[in-house]
Ligand binder design. Structure first.
Ligand code: BES
Ligand code: MN
Ligand code: MN
Length: 463
């Protein structure tokens, strides 16, 4: 669709400066110091939707960060696309590893993005990708070419578990009714190889706190006579994997759906270079569960990782102390067959079982979510595939991703609709890391691909 391409080319500088404005607001959902920033971000998105002439634009209050909503219903008989995205971002720490202020966006060329990449927290995850949808809508409207109905729902708590969105969805099923949910919050294989994400892992996020003595002790006077909670916690964590890197929690794998031979063959044919993978993150050797490839470990196999561990003295210099407490935050990535609530129970029971009686234990449940698998024999998949092919001259490859967007499985349950995951990020974009960035061309081609998707989807729906 030539007119879309031309419009994007003519307006790209404005698109980028509008995105920069969004990126300048530090909408970190995890940190309540930034509550006024999440609100400012919601206001700004609301302004964009209003300016495009969407109807029923509102900022929906929640117990937490607000949800931005707007819709354009042009004809009840036409299909309706519900766009979902998130405007909240991850915290920036460790701040000292950023080359510049994470909230002062700038464009710099990189090896992978010779045309330039936008550097800022949220550039890719997910402000940049979410904003592509707002601009795609502008492209269609300004060209008098919006082919179907559209609803926008942009939340501010994805990075902290989407608890309030869950309630909102349950309470607004009619308002959110749709034929397909469209999301850009995942990645593609490489700059020139498009892919459609057909699966996301679920998640169970837990915290373990061990308490030993009733106060921090002198590690000389007491060392060797009192169980050190950090030592004990380390032993417990180590025991959660066996020598084949399998997770040792009893029952953990009981309901895991094994990939079929067919699926394994398909995964093996995905363009993936293990050396590039290792080099890109500065590692010499691969790691993981025995009997599976890296792609399988990353997508169809569960994983357990400590996200943070603390206790005792971590400041400058040395302080001799035998700490009274030790804690760890542990996430488990889940695959089809596993239920996060069930996994929470198995985890909690196992942790309690392996805690020696020299310390006491508290297990805290954070958020969780179910895995999602998307079918490929649908109109939405075909439409997305055609849209990518128009823009990238290549048929996209279906891939299952290792990350989680828990609300997607909930959409399926509550709204009874499928989601099509059209992500344009790259693994090298460093989401959640220092110097997160997003390729300018990924951003612009994404806008074009999304605009084309609306047309293919409407056309195939009418056939
Ligand atoms: N956009 C990511 C999820 C993602 C990243 C999916 C890369 C596929 C590939 C999302 O913002 C995210 O970070 N989700 C969290 C889960 C949430 C419950 C905190 C995650 O996966 O850690
Ligand atoms: Mn995201
Ligand atoms: Mn994220």
């Amino acid at each position: 669709m030539e007119n879309f391409k031309n419009y994007i080319e003519k307006n790209k500088n404005r698109f980028l400066s509008e995105l920069f404005e969004l990126l300048r607001i530090p909408s970190i959902s995890a940190n309540s110091d930034h509550d006024s920033d999440t609100r400012l971000t919601a206001d700004l998105i609301n302004k964009h939707l209003k300016k495009l002439g969407l109807d029923n634009c509102e900022i929906c209050e929640t117990e937490g960060h607000p949800i931005v909503y707007g819709e354009k219903i042009i004809n009840q008989d036409l299909p309706t696309i519900l766009v979902y995205g998130h405007y909240d971002v991850q915290p920036v720490d460790p701040i000292e590893l950023w080359n510049q202020d994470p909230f002062q966006p700038y464009i710099k060329k990189t090896e992978i993005h010779p045309e330039g990449a936008i550097f800022a927290r949220g550039a890719c995850d997910d402000k940049g990708q979410m904003f592509m949808h707002i601009k795609a809508l502008e492209v269609m409207l300004e060209n008098g070419d919006l082919p179907c109905n559209v609803k926008f729902m942009i939340e501010g708590e994805e990075e902290v578990g989407s608890d309030n969105l869950e309630l909102f969805v349950k309470n607004n099923k009619e308002k959110l009714s749709n034929d397909i949910i469209l999301v850009s919050d995942t990645g593609m294989i490489s700059k020139t190889i498009p892919s459609i994400t057909t699966g996301l892992r679920g998640i169970s996020y837990m915290e373990v706190e061990l308490t030993g003595p009733n106060r921090d002790l002198h590690s000389g006077h007491y060392g060797g006579t009192v169980a050190n909670p950090i030592n004990i916690l380390s032993q417990m964590i180590t025991s959660l994997h066996d020598s084949n890197n399998k997770i040792t929690i009893p029952g953990f794998y009981d309901n895991v759906t094994e990939p079929s031979e067919e699926e394994r063959k398909e995964m093996a044919s995905i363009p993936f270079n293990i050396d590039e993978f290792k080099n890109s993150i500065g590692l010499d050797s691969e790691y993981g569960e025995l009997g599976y490839t890296t792609i399988e470990r990353q997508s169809v196999r569960p994983a357990l990782d400590v996200n943070g561990i603390w206790g005792g003295y971590t400041e400058e210099g040395a302080k001799t102390v035998l700490p009274g407490k030790a804690s760890a935050k542990i996430s488990m990535r889940l695959v089809p067959g596993q239920n996060w609530k069930e996994i929470n129970k198995l985890f909690t029971k196992h942790i309690k079982d392996i805690t020696p009686n020299t310390v006491s234990v508290k297990v805290i449940e954070h958020h969780g979510g179910q895995p999602y698998v998307a079918p490929t024999n649908t109109i939405a998949y075909k439409a997305a595939s055609n849209a990518y092919e128009d823009v990238f001259d290549l048929k996209p490859i279906p891939t299952r991703d290792g990350g989680s967007i828990p609300i997607i499985a909930l959409f399926e349950k509550e709204l009874e609709s499928k989601t099509i995951l059209m992500g344009f990020g790259l693994d090298s974009d460093a989401i959640h890391s220092p110097n997160e960035h997003y390729g300018v061309s990924n951003f612009l081609l994404g806008i074009e691909t999304i605009s084309n998707f609306y047309h293919h989807f409407t056309k195939l729906s009418n056939d």
